[in-house]
Design a protein around this ligand. Structure first.
Ligand code: MGD
Ligand code: MGD
Ligand code: SF4
Ligand code: MO
Length: 897
């Protein structure tokens, strides 16, 4: 029998008839051997490699089918306990990403003018040497801080490698576009309130693979779940989204707080279509209702939180025994004892003789003191149901119904990224954490907030090597003193960097090493970066394929796709591996690229870069590596006593028995050293819902900065507070009249950030961004279903296709980030046509603790457009140009060149 093998042209014809998806899945192997079309076929054996996807921030287990060294099929791995065999469209698109004809294949240097897109292929050695020499030259002239390093965050397990390189090279300036806009507000607030846990932090974010309780849907007693500015159905489809579906099927009631009617909203018991940027008002309303109706867990709050502690209203700090009794202990907190009507120290964990007040204002040694709970109560006072409904554009009875569902727990509030993207970021996370803790939804079966074990294999493997960066250099971090919360991840403040590049103040920034997709599609107010980019002396872009950002680079370095990468992946109590199934062209793992640059700098005389390769000088941390194998083996041997390859053989590997990993009420376990309960990972060993720690943070940088820092310009607030969004539709201003609609964003299930816009299958499903607009607003602005519209803010103008729907508030519009690889070689470089980040805002006001700017909740206007933007592809046939390349080398070459 003759095997049907098509050449590329015949193949394209076939796909037009049968549909790209079916044709491709059956014929990919054929593509590799088109030359042999007339040869009798050998039936190749299929080899299955167990790996893990990294098409987004999930950890889905994958079985990769290989035939003749060519990847022909991907499917889910049923062994992965968080996904149990599920994969999503992005994951399956991995084949088209791997074999994409537009891959960056070799290191290239620019030969034409910037933006002209003229390149010359060079060797890896030459590329690394050019970069290292430029780095050394700039360091000599302007100091190491003149080098900026950036990375992709969401979805990058090797995030730490950029931070590490920056430390070793001596620059305090590195960032990723999420961070202050993603997850950092939550990790910081949860750590400061709930405390250090087995893992470095634990939050309730489903998309970030936390909230582990949801994966035990067969036996969890969970009753209710609040998805607040989170949509796991889109953002964690085969992992957390799937688990939420299982929970719903078992009767768990859900509340969704989201301006758009998402897949999760459509299945919710209550959907609250909140006005973007007003979340803290709604949270304070929930807290008020819970206090007023005594729905909180009184026993837990009294015995295990700092809410009964007395707070000095002048200093805002909790009173210590040493302040009320001479010789008293400075680590023991003070309560108001109702029995004796006096202030009394409360030794940890509890004193049965005392009857502490939860609420009240008292005078202690002539100083006015209130309990933490009293301060919370006062802060929430204005947020009645009616007032909040007015602020948030919601219905009073729906808010009340939602709170009642939440209060019937156990369960919890899963806070997504939405609130990380406006200047109330840290406050929203503080309030969310406070709510779950007030309800006692912590460490009990059925609650989201847990302290399950840490299998100690996250990206912390790439340790920061802080010892190589001096305190003086550290203090130069742009924005690091004002927004001290950012030191929890160690990154600088990108708007402050932008200012420095433009003005040379407080010092010049001259070189930019960037590893991620498309900064021009991810950073707020994209156009504001062009002036800065033009001022840079030297720009390096490392990525899998060219993006808009590449157009402005001087050197392009080709990086590996996830199907060409090795890594350790830790779902729940297990360890899995991501392993290269093939290797194409001269792509290199980004973690190795940074190491090679550091090594070359060492050879050129940079002492710290040289020392970083010396195990004795880096001990006990990991020395720098020459290959991924070296890097992974060091970690695997240290933690597991085996090599990476040995681990790969043992997958699925149980890193910790489930009974040891899934432990409840760990705070009640007795610490053998003290004979007392272990408590929580805060100085008081209780959950610190009254956020005293935020005051210390603003004044000194502790506990997240490795060095003491001068105080911020004003104290951070220990409690969440609400502020009306800066660009407000409620303001009687010219701006609100000219730009009347509130813009927001949220994920699409087909793409991960700026990635995958070059995947034919996915662009066929979703070719161009839609703007969601309510029928009333559409009518007002003369827009019909499917029409192209102009969308404008004070900062720029783009186009989008109208999706007229009742699934959004009449005053709100929604669209997601997008860029168009098909217009890369035009004047727009693909980032100006349909990119919502042309409209977003990256200037003040910033979040006081962390420096977050406004990506969601600013003002825009819409109008009918004269048609689609020039050059943007709309029809499935147009995407054929990106179908997998038939001529790739398919043999596994040396992984590192
Ligand atoms: N307007 C608006 N702007 C936003 C957002 C928004 O909602 N609205 N969201 C913000 C958020 S939350 C984020 S996180 C940022 C994202 O912004 P970026 O992080 O810059 O986004 P990408 O680079 O597109 O995506 C993450 C990168 O991780 C890479 N990656 C995946 N696996 C690996 C790996 O193993 N190693 C390495 N080195 N890289 C890997 C992917 O290829 C991808 O390049 O955008 C932010 N910008
Ligand atoms: N498919 C896909 N999955 C992803 C990613 C991706 O790019 N694509 N990115 C990954 C990353 S880095 C992240 S951070 C996570 C994010 O995952 P999630 O936290 O679930 O984030 P989003 O979908 O961005 O935002 C959640 C919801 O917030 C809504 N929203 C918008 N504005 C507001 C507001 O002001 N208030 C409230 N309450 N809701 C609002 C949006 O409509 C959206 O449905 O997803 C991860 N997973
Ligand atoms: S959710 Fe999809 S893209 Fe993300 S890891 Fe899983 S399969 Fe990959
Ligand atoms: Mo993110």
């Amino acid at each position: 029998m003759k095997q049907l093998v098509l050449n590329r042209r015949q193949f394209l014809k076939a796909t037009a008839i049968t549909g790209i998806t079916t044709a491709l899945s059956g014929s990919v192997n054929g593509l590799t051997r088109m030359e042999a079309a007339e040869e009798p076929a050998k039936i190749a054996e299929t080899k299955i490699i167990k790996t893990c996807c990294r098409g987004c921030i999930g950890k889905c287990g994958i079985l990769a089918h290989m035939k003749d060294g060519r990847l022909v099929k991907l499917e889910g791995d049923p062994d992965q306990p968080m996904t149990r065999g599920r994969v999503c469209a992005k994951g399956l698109a991995g084949i088209q990403a791997l074999y994409n004809p537009n891959r960056n294949k070799y290191p290239m240097v620019r030969v034409g003018a910037r933006g002209e897109n003229k390149w010359k292929r060079v060797s890896w050695q030459e590329a690394i040497d050019t970069i290292a020499k430029k780095l050394m030259e700039v360091r000599e002239k302007h100091g190491a801080e003149a080098v900026l390093c950036t990375t992709g965050g969401g979805g990058n397990p090797e995030f730490g490698s950029v931070r590490r390189f920056a430390s070793v090279f001596g620059t305090p300036n590195w960032f990723e576009p999420g961070a202050q806009q993603c997850y950092m507000p939550r990790t910081l607030s949860y750590k400061m309130i709930y405390g250090q846990t087995e893992m470095w932090y634990q939050t309730t974010s489903i998309a970030d693979s936390e909230a582990h309780e949801i994966y035990f849907y067969e036996d969890t007693p969970m009753k209710s779940l609040v998805l607040w500015g989170a949509c796991p159905a889109y953002n964690s489809p085969s992992q957390g989204g799937r688990a939420v579906t299982e929970l719903r099927a078992r009767g768990v009631q859900t509340v969704v707080v989201d301006p758009r009617f998402t897949a999760d909203a459509s299945k919710a018991d209550v959907w609250l279509p909140i006005r973007p940027g007003t979340d803290v008002a709604l949270e304070l309303c929930w807290i008020k209702y819970i206090i007023d109706h005594r729905l909180y867990d009184e026993e837990f709050v009294m015995k295990w939180s700092n809410l009964p502690f007395l707070v000095n209203t002048r200093t805002k700090m909790c009173v210590r025994e040493s302040e009320i009794t001479p010789g008293g202990d400075s680590n023991t907190y003070v309560v108001w004892d109702q029995k004796t009507q006096s202030a009394k120290p409360l030794p940890y964990p509890w004193d049965d003789r005392l009857d502490p007040a939860l609420f009240g204002t008292f005078t202690v040694n002539g100083i006015e003191c209130k309990t933490g709970f009293q301060l919370y109560k006062e802060r929430c006072e204005p947020f009645t149901l009616d007032k909040t409904a007015e602020i948030c554009w919601l219905e009073t009875d729906k808010i009340e119904k939602a709170i009642k569902i939440y209060a019937q727990g156990p369960g919890g509030l899963s806070l997504g990224v939405a609130t990380d993207q406006n200047p109330q970021s840290a406050q929203a996370a503080m309030a969310a954490c406070a709510l779950d803790l007030m309800m006692g939804y912590v460490q009990k079966p059925g609650s989201l907030l847990q302290n399950f074990g840490d299998v100690k294999f996250a990206d912390s493997a790439v340790s920061p090597l802080y010892k190589f960066i001096s305190p003086e250099q550290f203090q130069k971090r742009l924005g690091g003193i004002e927004y001290k919360g950012a030191n929890s991840w160690g990154s600088c403040h990108n708007p402050t960097v932008l200012e420095a590049i433009k003005t040379g103040k407080p010092y010049p920034v001259k070189v930019w090493l960037e590893r991620s997709g498309n900064k021009l599609a991810m950073l707020g107010n994209a156009s504001s970066w062009i002036e800065a980019i033009e001022k840079m002396e030297f720009i390096v872009h490392m990525y899998m394929y060219p993006t808009s950002f590449s157009a402005y680079a001087d050197v392009l370095l080709p990086t590996t796709e996830w199907l060409e990468s090795d890594y350790v992946v830790p779902p729940l109590n297990m360890l899995f591996v991501r392993q290269a199934v093939t290797h194409t062209y001269e792509t290199m793992n980004e973690t190795v690229i940074w190491a090679k640059i550091a090594k070359r700098c060492g050879e050129l005389g940079h002492q710290a870069c040289k020392d970083a390769f010396d195990p004795e000088k880096t001990a006990p941390e990991q020395p720098y590596w020459n290959s991924m194998e070296e890097f992974l083996d060091w970690n695997c041997k240290k933690k597991l006593g085996m090599t990476f390859k040995e681990l790969a053989q043992k997958v699925p590997y149980e890193a910790m028995p489930i009974s040891k990993w899934r432990r409840y009420y760990t705070y009640k376990e007795i610490d053998p050293k003290t004979g007392k309960p272990k408590g929580f990972g805060r100085p008081s060993q209780k959950v610190e819902i009254y956020g005293e720690a935020f005051i210390t943070l603003g004044r000194t940088g502790a506990p997240v900065s490795p060095y003491p820092l001068p105080p911020a310009s004003k104290d951070y607030d220990p409690l969440p507070y609400f502020e009306e969004p800066f660009e407000s539709p409620l303001a009687d201003s010219e701006l609100a009249k000219t730009f009347p609609l509130v813009m927001t964003n949220g994920r699409l299930p087909y793409f991960h950030h700026g990635t995958l816009r070059n995947i034919p299958w996915l662009r066929e499903i979703y070719p161009v961004p839609e703007i969601w607009i309510h029928p009333k607003a559409a009518k007002k602005y003369g827009i019909s279903q499917g029409e192209w519209v102009n969308v404008e803010s004070q900062r720029g103008k783009i186009k989008a296709k109208a999706w007229v729907t009742e699934g959004i508030n009449p005053g709100v519009v929604y669209m997601e980030r997008f860029w168009t690889p098909e217009t890369l070689n035009t004047n727009t470089h693909g980032w100006q046509e349909v990119n919502v980040n042309v409209l977003s805002k990256n200037d003040a006001p910033f979040n006081d603790v962390i420096g977050t700017y406004t990506l969601r909740g600013y003002l825009v206007r819409v109008s009918k457009a004269d048609g689609p933007p020039k050059g943007v592809w709309l029809k499935p046939e147009e995407f054929k140009a990106w179908l997998p390349e038939p001529s790739d080398p398919t043999q596994l070459k040396d992984k590192e060149v």
